[in-house]
Design a protein around this ligand. Structure first.
Ligand code: HEC
Length: 584
């Protein structure tokens, strides 16, 4: 039997024992985990990033299923009524055969627009122990706890329903009003369509082999950084290490924090970027959940990769010392802008840039610019002023060299010097970084000149605590045909996501990259597998979202009103895009 809220209160007042009973129901909240997924539009959703909300409602959906269809208008209505009260409604689709297009079509057919999280590796369903579709959850974005699981209401998958009961809302209302869900009866079971877990079909009861299955994945996806003396805080040196870290590994995989710098793989085809396939993810998570054990004594992980400190492209034509920097043991280090005179005798075509990093445990990224002499010593903020500077290359670990394609080169004019923007982290001990940069020149002019154009927004303000602050910028219109090759989007700590699209002369817009979960720590250079041709009259446009709330884990000061500037406390919107221009 259900009690309404007022009667519950009066009964409780008469009979204190019932209060104990209610408290104990609440105390049974299932411990949950944080997770992250992309929705049907490629937007990134992470439970903990909804920390400014009181609750996240999650409903397990499947295209074409009657219960899911019935639930859609109820969920849309719920979102409408509870939006202002701090509730976010999300759907979860854990059917790997249903893709974004089919989800979009399904919702459009029902006339509903809500984010559907595509759990193609089923790791979120697995973490929440989802059994069937039409199961509904209330999640606490701060603790990740499951505050409610059961039916959305008595019409959706409840056998023998009797009188209509809005089960989920009964738990939700007291939660948003008083901060705790209250319900006196166990919600009934939901009878939806059972979720078919792929890993069960794939692995059954078989043990996953640490040696043959896990180590190869770690080598492919992780150990380039997780080596001794690398930037990563711990080295993957042996099985015990992996087993000890396995709860943390599971978390960083399910929240998509590692491997770092992941982007939406359904937009564009990419070369040389960090990602992990569903197959690899399922294998790792399943292995971790079954105890992260190894079979037998041998440990192929022990053969350690070592950091190679030589110039791997051979002796550079020019070696430039980046002025040294003393890094304290702890605390935050602001960006360092540094400068080196070049005094070139003639213009040079650069074919490659190599980085001989002084201390890999502290240098997180380094941008190299060609600049008008003396400029950035006087005016560091001019570093991204395209009238006086041009971005050349970016170092992000673990890649220590960048070679331009064989048919292209960057023209370094003899009247230019170099400036550097460096980002350091502290690593628990004081150290001095002395990094050197090697430039490799071409003997002759290339077929294409490398230009790093910039989508720059020089002036905007973000209010304190603002969660989804959207800004736009574009490159100048290209006067000649160009080929787009790579993207190095840059914001500071409030950056949340960005897309960069081509806008053709006929007005058509094509999305080229979706950095759905930007992380300030990982300012990558994303390189397309195939160059995209843009005819003269096109330009590149970008939409960038900033999160100035306390739920953004990178945010240096959620209370600040943020303006554009060069320090870590300011923001930037300067996305470098490498295009190739044919030379006459
Ligand atoms: C490009 C380099 C790189 C790669 C590749 C990489 N990591 Fe990391 N990892 C780091 C760094 C650096 C950190 C420290 C946190 C940060 O800077 O984001 C880190 C932190 C971690 C942590 C600790 C998180 C914490 O909060 O302390 C775990 C666990 C982890 N990585 C697991 C993995 C796994 C598993 C993979 C492969 C699937 C992987 N990493 C791939 C560089 C990397």
């Amino acid at each position: 039997m259900m009690l309404t809220r007022p009667s519950l209160r009066s009964v409780a007042a008469l009979w204190g024992g019932l209060i104990l009973c209610l408290v104990s129901v609440f105390a049974q909240a299932q411990r949950g985990t944080d997770f992250a997924l992309l929705d049907q539009h490629g937007t990134f959703h992470q439970l903990s990033r909804y920390g400014e909300s009181k609750a996240v409602v999650l409903f397990v959906q499947r295209n074409g299923e009657a219960l899911s269809r019935q639930a859609l208008p109820i969920l849309a209505d719920l979102q409408e009524r509870y939006r202002e009260r701090g509730v976010v409604v999300l759907l979860l689709n854990s059917d790997p055969a249903q893709d974004r297009a089919s989800v979009m079509a399904e919702l459009a057919a029902q006339g509903v627009e809500l984010p559907v999280l595509l759990d193609t590796a089923q790791v979120v369903a697995r973490s929440l122990k989802v059994k069937t579709t039409a199961e509904a959850f209330i999640l606490d974005p701060a603790s990740h706890d499951v505050l409610y699981r059961g039916p959305l209401d008595s019409r959706i998958g409840v056998a023998d329903a009797g009188e209509p009961v809005a089960w989920l809302e009964m738990a939700l209302r007291p939660l948003v009003e008083r901060g705790a869900p209250e319900f006196d009866a166990e919600p009934p079971e939901v009878a939806g369509t059972p979720v078919d877990y792929l890993y069960q079909q794939r692995f059954g009861d078989r043990q996953i082999s640490y040696q043959d299955e896990i180590v190869p994945i770690l080598r492919r996806r992780c150990t380039t950084c997780h080596v001794e003396h690398g930037l990563a805080p711990w080295a993957m040196t042996n099985h015990r290490m992996i087993q000890g870290w396995s709860p943390m590994i599971r978390e960083v995989l399910v929240t998509r924090r590692m491997p770092p710098g992941q982007i939406d793989m359904q937009v564009g085809e990419w070369d040389n970027i960090h990602h992990i396939t569903d197959e690899e993810l399922i294998t790792l998570v399943h292995w971790i959940d079954s105890g992260a054990r190894r079979q037998g004594d041998d440990d192929p992980l022990i053969v350690q990769e070592t950091v190679d400190d030589s110039w791997r492209l051979g002796e550079p034509d020019l070696i430039i010392e980046v002025p040294e920097e003393k890094i304290p043991a702890t605390g935050m280090v602001d960006f360092k802008i540094k400068h080196a005179d070049l005094n070139l005798e003639q213009d040079q075509w650069i074919r490659a840039v190599a980085y001989n990093v002084g201390d890999r445990s502290v240098l997180h990224s380094l941008l190299v610019f060609a600049v008008d002499p003396g400029l950035t010593e006087k005016e560091p903020a001019a570093l991204v002023d395209p009238r006086h500077t041009e971005f050349i290359s970016l170092y992000v670990p673990p890649r220590t060299e960048e070679e331009f394609a064989a048919d292209s080169g960057f023209l370094l004019r003899k009247d230019r010097d170099l400036s550097f923007k460096l980002r350091y982290v502290t690593g628990g001990r004081e150290t001095v970084d002395r990094t050197r940069i090697g430039l490799y020149f071409r003997d002759s002019a290339p077929e294409y000149a490398v230009h790093n154009v910039i989508a720059l927004n020089p002036d905007f303000t973000i209010a304190p605590g603002e969660v989804d602050h959207v800004e736009h910028a574009q490159t100048p219109v290209f006067e000649q045909d160009v080929l787009v090759e790579s993207f190095a989007p840059q914001t500071h700590t409030r950056g949340k996501s960005m897309t960069i699209s081509a806008q053709y002369p006929d007005g058509r817009v094509q999305r080229l990259i979706n950095v759905a979960n930007y992380n300030f720590n990982w300012q990558m250079n994303y390189r397309l597998q195939h160059r995209v041709a843009l005819p003269a009259g096109s330009r590149l446009i970008s939409e960038t979202v900033y999160d100035n709330s306390a739920s953004n884990p990178q945010n240096v000061d959620p209370e600040a009103q943020v303006k554009v500037g060069i320090t870590t406390y300011d923001e930037i919107f300067s996305h470098f895009i490498r295009v190739l221009q044919p030379l006459p």
